[in-house]
Design a protein around this ligand. Structure first.
Ligand code: NAI
Ligand code: MG
Length: 502
């Protein structure tokens, strides 16, 4: 949990912004939806409407995909020097950075996360990601291959084509950048469908992209719902690749339906039930603070949240006795109050779902240490909640809650905890708090998870690949690994004179 002093020092007073952009970004212009339909977006702290935005459905998806197709097949984007693409991307990153305060406020307004945190975490990650991938544009290349016979053979790494990118509401701006970065660096064009809960920051970032100089049709941004716009995008016959972040349920659905008309490339970044392990050699205060940050960050709405906390039996009682103290001090409140450490959940649906999980924890016999209720009666706030004596087979130990609910489980040996940590359909992340190097190596090597944090958590960097084992996803985002999903490798074989050197 970030300290109150830190938040105050970093942010001072925040002035909420009034959003201005509500249309769909298609082919370089902001336009109304074909149907003329709109939907409302709400402030999760007050439950009040912020603004109505244009609602895309399959007709708008069709327009946007056609624009992206044309921009890919005929436009200047793929034809310009790779370093020129890089220049536009650097300019884009600079513009986002310059508007950090405004974007952080917009993000906070729409999602409910504390504006102070959006300013120091979310928007800098957007800038970091765009800049990182701007640097890759002119460093993507193939190999020469010494084949048998009188041939000169080489590979080229070419953009996969038109991308359909579907993003969630928990980190709206950062997820947009994670998707745009590798697609743009490789020379692809894209249609992004934002989450219906949080359309606002992406529209402003889209406007900044136009200012940076991306050719028309390269970046298209649609606000709309999953079963309509999302599904139409995932199934569209002119889309070459789909990238999705969201629930495992919808991930499965996309796997089943995206191949209706063509064999799209698919990457998925889905849910998790990440194990966080505290060894008996750990400093208890550090471990308590670390493990609560791992879960409560972003109101618990992180795919990688350390939601199964395994504590060694030797320190278990002390740990559990003290765990509630810190959580109880959390300042819950409006996202624009600089004292706020925890804002509201994103909407009523999430609030209801989380409260349902809390009830199941109580019913199935877990010990409620703190929290357990809605906070107040306006806004979607949930008390930071901790359960102890959680058993592996309880619902709260198996299912993704996506809220501020921490489950503590007791363990005895290293082998046992590796086995129990891995006993999950998910494999997105894991954490470990220890001062013993042997434990650090043995446990991190034994865990089946895409990211393992040792003595830290939620460290995100554009250079470090991110993604899941098992039902947590397919493929990786970020880093060099993130580029691979946006490239097609082409082998060129040229007959050479029989008497030439190989
Ligand atoms: P969701 O998976 O329904 O939504 C994520 C995105 O997919 C949104 O843009 C949505 O409009 C779109 N979508 C929904 N149905 C679709 C379909 N049939 N075809 C194409 N796109 C579709 O997630 P939701 O309903 O917002 O949250 C439900 C749960 O999912 C959460 O409680 C949480 O457990 C998990 N989740 C995980 C996230 C992650 O980062 N891995 C992010 C958001 C939610
Ligand atoms: Mg859904």
């Amino acid at each position: 949990m970030l300290s109150k002093q830190f938040i105050k020092r970093t942010f001072g007073t925040a002035i909420p912004v009034q959003p201005r952009l509500t249309q769909l970004l298609i082919d370089g212009k902001f336009v109304n939806s074909v149907s003329g339909k709109t939907f409302d977006t709400f402030n999760p702290s007050t439950e009040e409407k912020i603004i109505s935005v244009q609602e895309a459905d399959k007709h708008d998806v069709d327009k946007a995909v056609n624009a992206a197709r044309k921009a890919f097949d005929e436009g200047p984007w793929r034809r310009m020097a790779a370093s020129e693409r890089g220049k536009i991307m650097y300019r884009f990153a600079d513009l986002v950075e310059k508007h950090t305060d405004e974007l952080a406020n917009l993000e906070a307004l729409d999602n409910g996360k504390p504006a102070a945190i959006a300013k120091i975490a979310d928007i800098p990650l957007v800038v970091n990601t765009l800049r990182y991938y701007a640097g890759w544009t002119d460093k993507i290349h193939g190999k020469t291959i010494p084949v048998n016979g009188p041939y000169f053979a080489y590979t080229k790494e070419e953009p996969v084509g038109v991308c359909g990118q579907i993003i969630p509401w928990n980190f709206p701006a950062a997820m947009l950048a994670w998707k745009l970065g590798p697609a743009l660096a490789t020379g692809c064009t894209t249609v992004v469908k934002t989450a219906e809960q949080t359309p606002l920051s992406a529209l402003r970032i889209g406007e900044l992209a136009m200012e940076a100089g991306f050719p028309n049709g390269v970046i298209n941004i649609l606000s709309g719902y999953g079963p309509t716009a999302g599904q139409a995008l995932a199934q569209h016959h002119l889309v070459d690749k789909v990238a999705f972040t969201g629930s495992t349920e919808v991930g499965y659905e996309i796997m089943k339906t995206a191949h209706k008309h063509n064999l799209k490339r698919i990457t998925l970044e889905l849910g998790g039930k990440s194990a966080n392990i505290v060894m008996d050699d750990a400093d208890i205060d550090f471990a308590i603070a670390q493990s609560q940050f791992a879960l409560f960050f972003n109101q618990g709405q992180c795919c990688i949240a350390g939601s199964r906390l395994f504590v060694h039996e030797k320190i278990y009682d002390t740990f559990v006795n003290r765990a509630a103290e810190l959580a109880k001090k959390t300042v819950i409140g409006n996202q624009f109050d600089p004292n706020t450490q925890q804002g509201p959940q994103v909407n009523q649906e999430q609030l209801t779902k989380i409260l349902g999980f809390i009830e199941s924890g109580k019913k199935e016999g877990a010990k409620l240490l703190t929290g357990g209720k809605r906070h107040g009666n306006k806004g979607f706030f949930v008390e930071p909640t901790i359960f102890a004596d959680v058993q592996d087979n309880m619902t709260i130990a198996k299912e993704e809650i996506f809220g501020p609910v921490l489950s503590i489980l007791k363990f005895k040996t290293v082998d046992e905890v590796i086995q129990r940590a891995n006993n999950s359909a998910y494999g997105l992340g894991a954490g470990l708090v220890t001062n013993n190097m042997d434990n650090a190596i043995k446990i991190s090597n034994g865990l089946r998870a895409g990211t393992v944090y040792v003595n830290c958590y939620d460290v995100f960097d554009a250079a470090a690949p991110f993604g899941g084992f098992k039902d947590s996803g397919l493929g990786r985002e970020l880093g060099e690994a993130g580029l691979r999903n946006y490239l097609e490798s082409k082998t060129v074989i040229i007959k050479r004179p029989d008497d030439s050197l190989p």
